[in-house]
Design a protein around this ligand. Structure first.
Ligand code: BGC
Length: 676
């Protein structure tokens, strides 16, 4: 069995024949593997690879981080496109763009010869303090699910595997290796599951990464109920589960992970050390059938990603192309959120201004490094100051003294360092550093025309100074094209159209996870006592006014909402309600609006959120142009999870359709009855 098979003999084996059905090839290859070889395939080596099995021509399956671009080495010898942070992409609410991003990301993965990208990260924003908020999408399960489906479809269209992470309830970095997220079944079903479930069922995600933390007392990598029963049996996941890096060092045993359905231990063996696997097998702690299922899942993805194919027959990869850089710029431009714009100080007029002061600690900051596993190495990164210099060249003088300037732009924010927006630890303060707050206040005194551009991947406190500045732009970390995108927004070459995928609270204590020490950060356990009332579901229901609500984002133009029409005033469980609404650009700039549809259950047998997002469409309109937006609502959009009976239920009764420009700027509403 162990002697080498010649290349020619190998090419004649059934599993090498691409004319055969995938499942047949997988079965054939599996049958040829010895037990020892199966063990070997279950753990990685050299950080990013599986072990080869030369005898059968199985090459190493290569995977790399991460969500904002592919990173191959730690020194940046291999460069790649640096896309904006995930939260910025989410703020675009643009599904097509998310798919395009997925395609571009996968092309870069292909170009470095790998098969899988360790992205997207889709943990729910439970608290703004999570060190990885920037790397995740949103606080809302519906937006989360729509976005992840688009990204995964984009990635996998290139025959590159997406690895959706981190399953599940890895919503903080504090104690991430040990903490148990104590979460109710209802919150799992309504808040934390939907995007993972949709990634599996609507996008056929080829891999899921288990999280470091425990969920209700059991580590993610050995959670038989979550992996085997929910992910695989209930949702029909056909891909393979990979552990987060070294997550299995802490799990209880080899067999608990195998039996749970975890295929691949990364980056190297600990619980899946071959001798440990053999011992557990000999002692009857797992069956070969279970092991086969785990291994088959990986083999299947190896075939799907073309690991056994001639490279020349695969889709071509590409990296650092101008096309990819344009996508990075589009995401940055569409993701920036105009939070406030009093007196229409923005957009700036390039013809009228003489002097602009550019100040603040983030003005000339590059952001590609330091976030943790989402670090990557771009060939360049344009800082805000560089972008402005380029834009103003020959027209406006850039100075550093607010007192002498017509307008001051203050680049405030956080960085990718420990205690701010970085993996491994949570943020150590909701506020900006005190020196920065002092500097903002001093700047405002010197020049009341001060615009604050917030470079941060998570919400920061603004209450101390927001009333004194006319304009604030949330610019996130905008990737390698950040500086160009910021200039385009400030000067109105691009009309802002980003909308917050997360609530910005006035005070952290008002945020749902910050009720007590037990709810955040917890100790051995962190209790998700807020249940389903995460994000705006909490602020709405508890009637707390946030600083800026979920879905908020201004434009330089105005949109008028007219003619909300429901196709009927009552529906049965088999019927669909068609909702149309007309949007008109009633201002003077071309622009885009994210039309949001929320549903409110007027009366319910159990407490439900005041409203829940159930649809959105981004429309692009010229001045005076009008468009009719169509939504469809059915039984499932009205349902909630009833823990008592362990089922989703839709109750008869009155529902309200709320159409708005944000979760708190509802322009039109109408009622209908669900007849059951
Ligand atoms: C992170 C993952 C990442 C992995 C590999 C872990 O620490 O949690 O998101 O993909 O490292 O770098």
């Amino acid at each position: 069995m162990s002697e080498e098979i010649s290349k020619i003999e190998l090419s004649k084996l059934p599993f090498m024949n691409s004319a055969f059905a995938l499942e047949k090839r997988v079965e054939d290859l599996l049958e040829r593997l010895t037990l020892k070889e199966k063990f070997k395939l279950c753990a990685g080596r050299r950080m990013w690879y599986t072990k080869p099995i030369k005898r059968l021509g199985i090459k190493p399956f290569a995977m790399h981080d991460g969500p904002h671009g592919v990173r191959v080495d730690e020194q940046g010898k291999i460069q790649s496109t640096y896309f904006p942070s995930t939260i910025c992409r989410a703020a675009t609410w643009n599904l097509e763009l998310s798919e395009k991003f997925g395609v571009a990301l996968a092309q870069e993965v292909r170009d470095v010869g790998a098969q899988m990208i360790l992205a997207p990260g889709i943990n729910i924003h439970r608290t703004p303090m999570c060190g990885r908020t920037f790397e995740y999408q949103t606080e809302d399960p519906y937006l989360n699910k729509k976005l992840v489906v688009s990204v995964v479809i984009g990635i996998q269209s290139q025959r590159i595997a997406a690895c959706v992470k981190h399953f599940i309830c890895n919503n903080q970095e504090t104690n991430r290796f040990t903490v148990s997220s104590e979460v109710s079944e209802r919150a799992l079903q309504e808040i934390y599951f939907p995007a993972f479930k949709a990634a599996v069922q609507e996008a056929d995600a080829w891999s899921i990464m288990s999280s470091y933390n425990k969920i209700n007392g059991i580590y993610g990598s050995e959670h038989q109920h979550l992996l085997r029963e929910v992910l695989m049996n209930k949702w029909g996941f056909k891909g393979f589960v990979v552990s987060d890096w070294s997550a299995m060092n802490r799990t209880t045993s080899t067999e608990s992970c195998i039996n749970a359905g975890l295929t691949l231990e990364m980056p190297t063996f600990n619980k899946y050390f071959p001798s440990k696997m053999k011992k557990a097998f000999d002692e009857g702690k797992f069956t070969e059938e279970i092991l086969n299922d785990n291994v088959k899942r990986l083999l299947r993805i190896m075939f799907l990603t073309g690991l056994f194919d001639e490279e020349s027959t695969l889709l071509q990869g590409s990296r650092n192309t101008s096309e990819h850089q344009i996508i990075a710029r589009e995401i940055a431009e569409e993701g920036m959120v105009l939070l406030k714009n009093e007196g229409d100080i923005l957009p700036l007029n390039i013809e009228k201004l003489k002097k602009i002061a550019v100040v603040g600690p983030n003005a000339n900051l590059q952001t590609f490094l330091g976030g943790g596993s989402s670090t990557n190495f771009p060939p360049y990164e344009i800082t805000p100051l560089e972008g402005l210099k380029q834009k103003c060249k020959g027209k406006i003088e850039i100075i550093d003294s607010p007192a002498l300037a017509d307008v001051t732009i203050f680049f405030a924010g956080l960085k990718h360092i420990k205690g701010m927006d970085a993996e491994g630890d949570d943020r150590n303060a909701f506020e900006l550093p005190p020196e920065q707050v002092d500097l903002i206040k001093k700047t405002i005194k010197e020049n009341s025309n001060t615009i604050v551009v917030m470079i941060a991947g998570s919400p920061v406190s603004m209450t101390e100074w927001i009333d004194k500045v006319p304009s604030v732009v949330q610019a996130w970390y905008g990737g390698m094209e950040a500086g160009n995108a910021i200039s385009a927004i400030l000067f109105g070459d691009v009309n802002p159209s980003g909308k917050l995928p997360i609530t910005i609270p006035k005070n952290l204590s008002e945020s749902p996870a910050h009720i007590s020490e037990r709810t955040y950060p917890g100790d051995e356990k962190v209790f998700y006592d807020e249940g389903i009332f995460v994000g705006y579901r909490h602020f709405d229901t508890k009637n707390i006014e946030p600083l800026f609500p979920f879905g908020h984002g201004l434009s330089y133009t105005n949109f008028t909402y007219e003619r909300l029409i429901l196709s009927r005033d009552q529906i049965t469980e088999d019927e669909t309600l068609v909702i149309t609404v007309d949007i008109m650009n009633s201002g003077i700039y071309r622009g885009a609006e994210v039309v949001q549809l929320y549903i409110r259950d007027v009366e319910s047998s159990i407490e439900r959120p005041y409203k829940e997002l159930k649809g959105f469409t981004k429309v692009y309109l010229k001045p005076q142009e009008r468009s009719t937006v169509v939504f469809e609502i059915g039984k499932n959009d009205l349902s909630f999870y009833n823990e008592n009976i362990g089922k989703w239920v839709s109750e008869k009764g009155d529902f309200t359709v709320l159409i708005g420009s944000s979760s708190r700027d509802i322009r039109l509403q109408s009622k209908f009855i669900f007849l059951g």
